[in-house]
Design a protein around this ligand. Structure first.
Ligand code: CDP
Length: 217
């Protein structure tokens, strides 16, 4: 696909539940529009990793609230953040208001770069960048998401049963959607993109069409 010219300040917000395909889509959108990309889930994963490395109980909100202000985001190998256990731990610390507020400024700074940026997460369109012109809410059925995560984890040499991963995904959906601070939900002006039956290329084409329609407004 050709590389498009991004107008000044094009912020693309990509939200959605675990393993919905939002990360792949956001990365491909950032390449297409030549915009910097931030996977905000990694920030929550880093806080979770830092908590576990320091020997804290993952539910210790005071410790997490201190750590979020001091952790070094260059200190973690991405591979050490992508595992199943860290995803689960990230969703626990992500429900803590002190952790969320501690991460807002660096996400907004990233989004404020002159040319714009692509950010993916759970609350980009609702809390981090409510003014973003282009917002996508990427979904897929829990079964499709579990199958994708199953394949991804097997590729990492971290085998797990499909049923176990499906249970993880349902638990994470419930926690992410049910928390009181910045719950997972589509912004009112987000466009829903269900990727259940789409290939990556089809999903990308649909996402570009959505961004183009928003840019034209
Ligand atoms: O890749 P996957 O969708 O499984 O997870 P992720 O995007 O890396 O996010 C891990 C966890 O961080 C999620 O389950 C959320 O609880 C939390 N998160 C969040 O609350 N807000 C964000 N903007 C990004 C992630």
């Amino acid at each position: 696909m050709s590389v498009a010219q991004a107008p000044a300040g094009l912020v693309i917000a990509v939200d959605g539940p675990a393993a919905s395909g939002k990360g792949t889509l956001a990365r491909r959108l950032s390449a297409h529009y030549r915009l910097p990309y931030l996977d905000t889930g990694l920030l929550y994963r880093m806080v979770a990793r830092a908590m576990l490395d320091a020997g804290h109980d993952i539910r210790d909100a005071d410790a997490a609230g201190r750590l979020v202000l001091t952790f070094d985001d260059g200190a973690f190998a991405e591979d050490s953040l992508r595992g199943r256990e860290i995803g689960e731990a990230a969703s626990v610390v992500a429900a803590m208001p002190a952790v969320r507020s501690g991460l807002i400024a660096r996400q907004r700074r990233f989004a404020a770069q002159p040319g714009g940026a692509v950010l993916d997460g759970r609350d980009i369109g609702t809390v981090i960048c409510p003014q973003a012109p282009a917002k996508l809410f990427v979904t897929a059925t829990p079964e499709v998401r579990a199958a994708r995560r199953h394949k991804e984890l097997a590729g990492r040499g971290e085998p797990a049963t499909f049923e176990g991963i499906l249970a993880d995904i349902r638990r994470r959906d419930a926690r992410d959607s049910g928390r009181s601070d910045a719950p997972l939900r589509a912004a009112e002006d987000a466009v829903l993109l269900d990727t259940s039956a789409l290939t990556i290329d089809e999903a990308l084409a649909a996402a570009i069409a959505i961004v183009e329609s928003r840019k034209a407004r």
